[in-house]
Design a protein around this ligand. Structure first.
Ligand code: GLA
Length: 718
């Protein structure tokens, strides 16, 4: 039973294959956490409070329940708990005291839809627990949802708030997940970065006070990914305890970790308070986005693999094609200089040398000859495509290749027909300067008229076009978050409404073009999150295509997301493709995820073209391991000068060794720790046979003075 209620102890127990989560209803009123950890030998006593002085309490329980130190499942603001709170509701009296008392529960199969939001898919094993709490004074009803995904060891949380009172409420903070742990001897792993340098690995011990990662940008952001982990100080890849957390949302968020006065740790994932507000009229409900967590007692690697399985099975859309297409993308090869003749040259060469798809990037629409103009004017440029888009795409298809196209629906240039017609359709504050980034403004996706316009223009432009793939970009963050479509008191809702409108458009694209795949992009990995992954099969990992930088970006991405989500291209920096060693290194790196190319293939030498063809053919042998296999990291490129990892289906292994920077010549041993000691393996790259014992002991790799040092082994069990 993944979810059970123990009447005697007034206790709920949630179980996944390897983890257990338990909480008790104290005095029939207060849900308090007892345990989150391994399922094997799980044991927990009834709840015991840590009493401290100076904190307010309920008279009748003052010796056994103190809100300020209690291990709460959800915490109301200004209810005697001074730690960061889960929910802050402003009521008609003007105060924000939020007192929540347990009222009842329900356990059901599967899960409920989260209206307008991405969420994880249920299967036959999925069960949900609904806990109802209420604030008797305001009539606010708060339902906590715990959905259990047993096979992936994941439990998800979200909340639904309904105004059953007689007066309006304003939600000023709403978190989706609150978890109080009884300990604080933990490290926090999080991923910080910037455009062109996303997801750097940071690991620091928790300290007293609040440590937080967040986005106030209207996108989950390059600066902090919503994923984070807490683990034992000595936890490594395959040893120690690790808790992982993530958010199925793509806008502003707050992940909070607070170590309190008695050394307990409060963990929260949610919308936070700075970029969020919601007015809840009488009878109305608000549903928060979903947060997810997992636990592993066998290292950080198992935590990652839990999330990888979860993302592949419960988040990503079904693969539209039999094989993930190896794309040739035009951006770094052509920038805005594209037209029909040039694109057909690309299509022809791409098809001849083994690529599956041409992706025509920016520059095909309006007067888009640079990034100064035309976002919003989504129709083809007639000089570049004189016979129209449909005829051009048909010609691409005649060359035996699939076709993808770049769009950036959420944006508008001031220099556009759309802006001339609707200057108030962009996000802006009344009477204030409109700040641009990359010469663009952000459309007010919370305004249904804007979303309808986009549906209409894309329907017309792509009518009859056989499009297999959209690269959906988003190249700036929101600022001056105001909307001409909302009254003054609702301006605090702009960020959240923006995401709801954007998700609505994503769903429309998926319904309108059911056979097309979406590659997500936000200046590279600015929205590398579970919300986007619900609609997009993969994400352009970074605008930075320098392979040595990618080594690090890909390593950190893999902490939380499977290789199948990473779109990885071989590029041609300063002619690097003509150097066989660099071309090989770039390919080895790009085979960490879904391989693609971003080079001017038609203009490159025949040797390069033939090499690319061979690379794609070889990749096809490895692809099932990369995109669907289990991932084991051996060396962390933030702690050493190397990245080393393998993918396995339990039988075969693809092992990669990638040097990060120039080095001396050293031998480095790479143990393949899940090889079978009694088996023999053929490395199809070298043709050499290895015993399982040899793989377990470790394969030798050699670092070198050149930074383009890399090696791959493909061990096939005999
Ligand atoms: C962003 C993307 C690039 C490319 C350009 C086009 O920077 O991340 O891959 O599509 O936009 O303008």
């Amino acid at each position: 039973m993944p979810i059970s209620f123990n009447n005697e102890r007034n206790m709920f127990v949630l179980q996944t294959d390897n983890t257990e989560y338990a909480f008790q209803i104290l005095y029939g009123k207060f849900p308090v956490n007892l345990y989150y950890g391994a399922r094997e030998n799980a044991e927990y006593k009834d709840y015991e409070e840590r009493i401290v002085s100076f904190a307010p309490f309920h008279k009748e329980h003052h010796l056994s329940y103190l809100p300020d130190t209690a291990m709460l499942e959800y915490s109301g603001y200004d209810s005697g708990d001074y730690r960061t709170s889960s929910l802050k509701l402003r009521n008609v009296n003007g105060d924000c005291a939020t007192f929540l008392y347990y009222k009842g529960y329900r356990i059901f199969d599967g899960r409920e839809e989260l209206p307008g939001l991405p969420s994880a898919d249920a299967d036959a094993d999925t069960k949900t627990l609904e806990i109802t709490m209420e604030d008797d004074l305001t009539g606010a009803e708060v339902k906590l949802y715990y959905t259990v995904f047993p096979r992936e060891d994941v439990i998800s949380r979200y909340v639904k708030i309904t105004n059953n009172g007689e007066n309006k409420l304003v939600i000023e903070k709403c978190m989706s997940l609150t978890l109080d742990l009884p300990r604080c001897d933990l490290d926090m792993i999080s991923l910080y970065g910037r455009h062109y340098g996303e997801r750097n690995y940071q690991r620091v011990p928790l300290h007293h006070g609040l440590q937080s990662i967040f986005s106030r940008r209207g996108a989950s952001s390059h600066q902090y990914n919503p994923f984070f982990a807490l683990c034992d100080h000595d936890a490594r890849e395959e040893e120690g305890r690790a808790y992982g957390f993530n958010f199925v949302f793509s806008g502003s968020f707050a992940d909070e970790v607070e170590v309190c006065q008695v050394g307990r740790t409060r963990i929260q994932v949610g919308l936070g308070e700075e970029n969020f507000q919601w007015h809840l009229g009488v009878g109305e409900s608000f549903v928060s986005p979903e947060a997810v967590m997992t636990y592993s007692d066998s290292g950080i690697g198992k935590m990652s693999r839990n999330f990888h399985d979860f993302v592949r099975r419960r988040i990503l859309p079904p693969e539209p094609f039999e094989k993930r297409p190896v794309v040739l993308n035009t951006w770094e090869a052509c920038y805005f200089k594209i037209d029909e003749a040039e694109m057909l040259r690309f299509a022809e060469t791409a098809a001849k040398y083994g690529c599956d798809m041409l992706v025509m990037d920016d520059g095909w629409f309006g007067e888009r000859h640079s990034d100064w103009t035309s976002l919003g004017d989504w129709y083809e440029n007639k000089q570049k495509f004189p016979k129209g888009l449909k005829s051009f795409i048909d010609s691409v298809k005649e060359r035996g290749i699939k076709f993808g196209i770049w769009v950036e629906p959420e944006m508008i240039n001031a220099a556009s027909e759309l802006y001339n017609a609707h200057p108030d359709w962009c996000i802006h504050c009344k009477d204030r300067v409109r700040m641009e980034s990359r010469q663009q403004l952000v459309l007010d996706m919370g305004n249904p008229e804007v979303v309808e316009y986009l549906k209409d223009i894309f329907s017309k432009t792509f009518e009859g076009c056989s499009i297999d793939y959209f690269k959906w970009d988003m190249n700036r963050n929101i600022s001056q978050a105001g909307s001409a479509a909302l009254p003054p008191e609702r301006q605090g809702e702009v960020y959240y409404r923006y995401m709801l409108g954007t998700y609505e458009l994503f769903r429309w694209f998926r319904e309108k073009f059911p056979n097309a795949m979406i590659e997500n992009c936000a200046g590279g990995g600015g929205r590398y999150d579970l919300g986007m992954m619900k609609y997009s099969t993969m994400i352009w990992t970074s605008d930075n295509t320098l392979p040595w930088d990618r080594v690090r970006i890909q390593y950190s991405s893999m902490l939380a997301y499977p290789a199948a989500t990473m779109s990885c291209h071989v590029a041609n920096h300063g002619g690097s493709c003509e150097d066989p060693r660099q071309l090989r290194y770039g390919w080895h790196v790009a085979m960490g995820g879904a391989l693609g190319y971003e080079i001017h293939l038609p203009n490159l030498s025949d040797t390069v073209k033939e090499t690319v063809k061979n690379q794609i053919e070889t990749y096809r042998q490895y692809e099932p391991l990369i995109l669907r296999g289990d991932y084991y990291s051996i060396l962390n490129p933030f702690e050493t000068n190397y990245s080393a990892y393998y993918y396995t289906d339990g039988r075969d292994f693809l092992l990669s060794f990638l040097q990060f920077d120039e080095d001396t010549e050293n031998e480095i041993i790479l143990p393949v720790s899940t090889a079978d000691a009694n088996a023999t393996y053929l490395d199809t790259v070298s043709g050499k046979l290895y015993s399982g014992a040899e793989l377990l002991a470790g394969v030798s790799a050699f670092s070198d003075t050149s930074r383009f040092t890399s090696q791959i082994w493909h061990f096939v069990r005999q």
